[in-house]
Design a protein around this ligand. Structure first.
Ligand code: NOJ
Length: 548
């Protein structure tokens, strides 16, 4: 097995992790300061969301220079020190590659937009207006509004899958691909331990651009439905593998939704372009198609079980599964998967246990180890997240009231996952001595690292126990996965097994007591339990146990 299959990855949101300058946003030196904390969680890799120079329209996912560090985070020397200091603690730094689009302030784009015949004129996706001067197609960008923006200087529209400040790069141009691979190799040479590759689904554009059937009252159709996972995309991705990742002891995990099961082997594994794929069916349970916050579908525990079953099966013999229940784009898992009545501490431990015991590499997201919860701010103006604004406007345009639109933002806003890390109970939770760029969650005096470190029943202590368990029982990384109680409507249960060992994980994902066949427990000892009692054949609401 490779090192990254046995480790725990921590996803870190640098802007909200630790500020050492009193500027209200996190710094690389802040991360260096907290490396021992990360090591205490058994983490072997830290994926940082982008820290390259950026106007921060989308908090770093709009890159102005791929081989740089944004001055707000520090310097390239800080970055080198981070990589070195992390290595001393057996932690590798994983870089986020944002290759579908750049910032509109990237020099490549500034050049490209000047004229139709400059040396970089073909580095982005330019099209003429329709005869009436309107956008070339009726595609809606993922953050809302048209996916096309008019550029006066050049007299053409450019395509942006996300915000207009994030123009899509033209991967059909080999010079563009080479420039991107060179940038990735810059980070390999600097000592990166791997890459998370952003929005890779969109890099190959369709051969012809046509209007789609509108899916909303705005007359537009989601750009995703018109451009995702186009035939031929794999040629590019395999080229990326040959030019960048192959031959290095690093891992790659690509954000790619909607890859068809019969194509998966070309995406991941021995013959695939990447080591792992982030797939979203278990986290987008309420969005069968595109993510429209004002129209969530109801879902049941059995849907979550099915999504996990499908991805465990898909990676059984090929590729490797990156387990995650939170990231910087999703609400906090204790709010997302459970209703207001659930005991959030039990829920955080149950989800943590699921994360750390599925077959695959666990990706633990900043603050999840404290059981952090969503924020629900009183007005849309309190929010910062560009997608929250788009979703809010879209809800209004679909006839929802302002109050209803805000309720959707409360439920799904990405800002809930981005509030500053809660280190202690001092002002601003010890994150900054300045004014935080995003308000700290109001519960920080009760919920913080300092307090949870002193409490052996805390969520943080639970995560540390889980990390120790993974070290103590290699079967959790190496063993096979076999689901049991597949039809149970409350419990998710599975056996992790190798030649030496066998563990049985039982998690009650519901808020009611759940019964199961007690013979499952015969001859087994309990090695982990988040409740005070243990009764064979019955789990309390949100109780999880591991039997050996
Ligand atoms: C996916 C990233 O996770 C998200 O934060 C970002 O806004 C989009 N890609 C665009 O880069």
């Amino acid at each position: 097995m490779k090192w990254w299959q046995k480790t725990i990855v921590y996803e870190l949101y640098p802007k909200s992790f630790k500020d050492t300058k009193g500027q209200g946003t996190g710094t690389i030196r802040g991360i260096i300061e907290k490396l021992d904390y990360l090591a205490s969680l058994g983490v072997g890799a830290v994926w940082m969301t982008p820290v390259c120079r950026s106007p921060m329209v989308d908090n770093g996912y709009d890159i102005a220079d791929y081989c740089s560090v944004d001055p707000s985070y520090g310097t390239m020397d800080d970055m080198k020190e981070l990589i070195d200091e992390a290595k001393k603690r057996n932690i590798r730094i994983v870089i986020d590659l944002v290759f579908n689009h750049s910032s509109d302030q990237n020099e490549w784009f500034l050049e490209s937009k000047k004229s139709k015949d400059n040396p970089k004129s073909d580095w982005y996706i330019w099209r003429d207006a329709k005869e009436d001067g309107s956008a070339p197609t009726n595609w809606r960008g993922i953050f809302g509004g048209s996916a096309w923006t008019w550029c006066e200087e050049r007299g053409q529209y450019y395509l942006h899958t996300f915000a207009s400040a994030q123009p899509d790069l033209n991967w059909a141009n080999p010079e563009v691909r080479k420039a991107l691979y060179d940038a990735a190799n810059f980070w390999v040479d600097l000592g990166a331990g791997g890459f998370r590759i952003d929005a890779i689904t969109y890099v190959k554009k369709p051969d012809v651009f046509v209007d789609g059937t509108p899916d909303g009252d705005d007359g537009m159709v989601s750009v995703h439905d018109m451009t995702a996972n186009q035939p031929g995309i794999l040629d590019y991705l395999h080229e990326f593998k040959r030019e960048v990742s192959e031959g290095h002891d690093i891992f790659t995990v690509a954000e790619a939704n909607g890859v068809k099961a019969d194509e998966l082997k070309y995406w991941v594994g021995k013959d695939g372009a990447f080591d792992m794929l982030f797939e979203f069916s278990h986290i987008n349970l309420e969005f069968k198609g595109i993510e429209t916050w004002c129209r969530p579908d109801p879902w049941k525990i059995s849907d979550l079980k099915k999504a996990l079953r499908d991805s465990q099966n898909a990676t059984k013999d090929n590729g490797w599964y990156p387990a995650f229940f939170e990231n910087h784009d999703k609400p906090r898992c204790v709010n997302h998967y459970f209703d207001e009545n659930a005991d959030k501490k039990m829920a955080a431990k149950a989800m943590g246990t699921l994360l750390m015991t599925l077959r695959g590499t666990p990706f633990l997201y900043q603050g999840q180890e404290l059981g952090l919860e969503n924020v629900a701010w009183p007005s849309i103006d309190c929010y910062n997240d560009i997608s929250s604004f788009g979703q809010y406007e879209f809800a209004l345009s679909e006839g929802f009231t302002a109050e209803q639109a805000l309720a959707c933002v409360h439920e799904f806003s990405r800002d809930s996952a981005r509030t500053p890390m809660q280190w202690d109970d001092t002002p601003n939770a010890g994150f900054t001595c300045g004014t935080p760029w995003l308000p700290v969650h109001e519960d920080y005096r009760e919920v913080n690292v300092m307090k949870q470190e002193q409490d052996e029943t805390s969520v943080l202590s639970w995560f540390r126990t889980l990390a120790k368990l993974r070290a103590e029982y290699p079967v959790l990384a190496e063993g096979s996965y076999e689901e049991i109680l597949a039809d149970h409507e409350q419990i998710i249960a599975y056996i992790r097994k190798n030649e030496e060992d066998e563990l049985c994980v039982l998690i009650n994902l519901s808020n009611e007591t759940a019964a199961y066949d007690p013979s499952l427990c015969e001859g087994k000892e309990v090695i982990l339990n988040n409740a005070e009692t243990y009764e064979k054949g019955s789990l309390a609401p949100l109780q999880c146990v591991i039997l050996r």
